[in-house]
Design a protein around this ligand. Structure first.
Ligand SMILES: Nc1ncnc2c1ncn2[C@@H]1O[C@H](COP(=O)(O)OP(=O)(O)OP(=O)(O)O)[C@@H](O)[C@H]1O
Ligand SMILES: [Mg+2]
Length: 422
């Protein structure tokens, strides 16, 4: 029987066993169970001296792997079938979302994490050749795995801005996400994401810090699940996306595929947060913000919980994009709001139904909507001015203008609907 070791820093958390077929089981180590600071992999896999098997184990680990085309690409390249979660994590699970590092049995995280300095040119080549995954290193391997359907590379960026690739179990500090290269009908996604994330930040939402790197044609995102510890060493923080919290596979991240509804997401966040009232407000703001910026792709894997010490909170927001500028992407919201997922059909009564579903006062939701509209409208000009200084290409500029227009229109529409039905 083959085994993988799951580490948190230098601590052995447990072993993932390949049980035959595509079955896997997970067992916590006695050392981890005896550690007063131990955290479980997810709420569905609580700290206990037992063998965990079946869908809950599969869902937790599968949610750490890339999805869609990227999964297909790396599977082919590594000669591992795309359904072989165990095999893919054996090869790529060294640096994942959250606290855990997954390594072949017998391999331990090194006391001195190893990094390979790289140039912007080589990063561009890896995006051209292998979806941002450095597959052709000689010697120690890059073992990086993040979920999502878009190309991305996890890197370490030091105080001087120098970039290197984590090797083995070394942690990354940033994510580099270029515009989609294989979909010409969906251009300039990096500038789009940079703009919406910066707009969210200037609208006083708690979001991951981003910058647009014109030389890479990519958005560079600081990881909120890493912190600098003593001696400048990076420490991993525990996070679960909402599919992991609920123990469901990434294939159910959309409500329309049988995934969780907004009501379930609110209940889940509130059940685990140590600041439920504050996180409820933040989550309401996220729902409203997504409508204001025309982001139809706010699904259950685009929300996470982060645990620092004994505190669990809704994580900073990430992956915010104005998706309706691309006619080939869905024009419906990932989550229904009060039973409606067509953004232009959202009336005050839908928001009131949403308030009822999440056990909030309708007046509180209205007030938050008015407040968010005002915050977004006043943040918009500043955000555009700041981005303007980082770009030089006319098509990127056009994208920014187009998004600006959409956000302005949807803010006016939300205001009008609130007045007319109120
Ligand atoms: N700033 C961040 N810090 C830590 N983890 C992050 C951060 N941004 C993203 N992640 C993790 O990486 C995963 C993938 O990121 P992201 O959602 O940006 O990718 P994507 O390919 O655009 O996803 P999608 O399939 O929704 O389009 C997230 O689900 C989250 O677990
Ligand atoms: Mg995402």
């Amino acid at each position: 029987m083959k085994r993988l070791s799951v580490y948190a820093g230098e601590h052995l958390v447990g072993c993932l066993n390949e049980d035959g077929g595509n079955g896997m089981s997970f067992v916590y180590s006695s050392h981890w169970l005896a550690n007063p600071e131990a955290i479980p992999l997810s709420p569905e896999l609580p700290l206990a001296d037992q063998v965990f098997r079946g869908d809950l184990v599969t869902a937790f680990f599968e949610n750490l792997l890339p999805e869609g085309d990227v999964l297909e690409f790396i599977s082919k390249a590594a000669h591992i079938s795309s359904g072989n979660i165990f095999g893919l994590l054996e090869r790529f699970g060294g640096d994942t979302a959250g606290a855990f590092s997954i390594l072949p049995e017998g391999m331990r995280p090194s006391d001195q994490p190893h990094y390979l300095p790289v140039t912007p040119e080589s990063i561009l080549q890896w995006f051209d050749r292998s979806r941002g995954i450095p597959l052709d290193l000689s010697g120690e391997q890059a073992r990086m795995s993040l979920s999502g359907a878009q190309d991305k590379m996890t890197v370490f960026i030091d105080a001087n801005g120098d970039i290197s690739i984590p090797l083995g179990a070394a942690p990354s500090s940033h994510i580099i996400k270029p515009s989609l290269q294989h979909r010409h009908d969906i251009p300039n996604t990096a500038i789009n994401e940079a703009m919406i994330m910066m707009l969210a930040h200037h609208s006083k939402l708690d979001v991951a810090e981003v910058r647009y790197a014109a030389e890479l044609g990519a958005v560079v995102i600081r990881r909120y699940d890493r912190e600098t510890g003593p001696g400048g060493r990076l420490r991993r923080l525990h996070q679960n996306d909402l599919c992991q919290v609920l123990g469901i596979p990434s294939g159910k991240k959309y409500e329309s595929e049988g995934g969780p509804s907004l009501k379930t997401c609110f209940e889940t966040v509130l059940a685990h947060s140590t600041q439920p009232a504050l996180d409820k407000k933040r989550l309401i703001e996220w729902v409203i913000f997504n409508v204001l910026v025309d982001n139809m792709d706010g699904h259950a894997k685009n929300l996470s919980l982060i645990t620092i010490g004994k505190r669990t909170r809704l994580a900073p927001f990430y992956d915010l994009v104005c998706t309706t500028v691309y006619p080939n992407l869905s024009q419906k919201l990932a989550f229904k709001i009060g039973g409606e997922n067509r953004p232009r059909w959202l009336l005050l009564r839908h928001w009131d139904r949403f308030a009822e579903e999440i056990a909030a006062k309708p007046q509180f939701v209205h007030k938050t909507m008015t407040d968010m509209i005002q915050r977004v409208e006043s943040a918009l000009p500043n955000t555009v001015t700041m981005l303007r200084s980082t770009i030089s290409k006319p098509d990127e500029w056009l994208m920014i203008e187009q998004i600006q227009e959409r956000v302005r229109t949807s803010a006016v529409q939300m205001k009008t609907r609130m007045k007319n039905s109120g």
